[in-house]
Design a protein around this ligand. Sequence first.
Ligand code: IPM
Ligand code: MG
Length: 388
Amino acid sequence: MTTYRLASIGGDGVGPEVTAAARTVLDAVARRDGFGVEWLDVVAGGAAIDAYGTAFRPEDLDAVAACDAILLGAVGGPRWDDPAARVRPEQALFALRGGLELFANLRPVTILPALVPSSPVRPEVLEGVDLLIVRELTSGLYFGRPSEQRETPEGRVGIDTLWYTEGEIRRVVRLAFELARGRRRRLTSVDKANVLATSRLWRTVVDELRGEYADVEVNHQLVDSCAMLLVRRPASFDVLVTENLFGDILSDEAAVLAGSLGMLPSASLGERRTAHGRFGLYEPIHGSAPDIAGHDLANPAGTILSAAMLLRWSLGLEAAAAGVEAAVGAAIADGYRTADLVPPDGDRAGLHVVGTREMTAAIVERLDAHRDARLDARPGPRVGSGAA
Ligand code: IPM
Ligand code: MG
């Protein structure tokens, strides 16, 4: 029996609840399909600040790097929000992303038909939406130095540095091209080339790579107009590739299309491969939601769908991954909704409004019926299919 080693980082707020949900699903898939999962629990974020005085311990980086993949909930919360603090929960994310060189963050956005009423966007606009945001994750403003406040004769000054090397751009753009090849072969590169030097370099590197991917149609889009088009004509996008901060912002915007931030998964990948697939870190795109933490209210779908990406990308278990995605879709189709998914007009007719645990149970119950979901009819190419 193959046994996979997975690191589990619950983190803060709703993080531990949604991570537990995804673990329940992965353990159920493992029992069903006859593989083993050995979990390594790691403390990070605010919880680690409380326990160790630091958001992420260097020795834990070695420990998680030795696993096949990492499942992460969320970090952060008001308790650690002091702007003057030197130690902040988010440093754990940057230690993991940067320390493990996970430079490409994949954020797929698909719309489950039953969730169309949950989105404030009109149904006809949501028709055919199936996009993938590829966000650069280990450079840009998040990592540029200096990043600090200074006392100057003009008063306090805040400085952040936007920095990209051509190598950093090339590796993530290349992966985006490869992903576009496995999908509808359309790549939108998002930048602010009319203002930023880094964006002009970004655009040049994309154009240099085009020749190698002549079968992929490339568009350059300025980030401001892209933000508008994402809600006006979201179905026109296939793969979007962009720098770190733009990707952070655009992916929260795109989540509105899917009905809730709580639905969206992500995979953070680098070059490194394990015996089974690419090493990666998997987390929902929502944050720690401290206001609802501990009340069994969080939507576990984003983390469970992240676990599906883990099965696909890090363990090479495509059928199991598609099966988890289908089971989530089936639970939603059968009317199960966490509070975030109740339509804006509050119409609950035919819906079972449930908590995190009941939603998870509804998904687990549907796993057997979707054992090999590759056979299920699903329109459009699947995210990650035939990829790099
Ligand atoms: C995300 C989050 C993080 C980010 C925060 C929590 C630092 O918003 O993963 O999208 O900005 O990268
Ligand atoms: Mg974000």
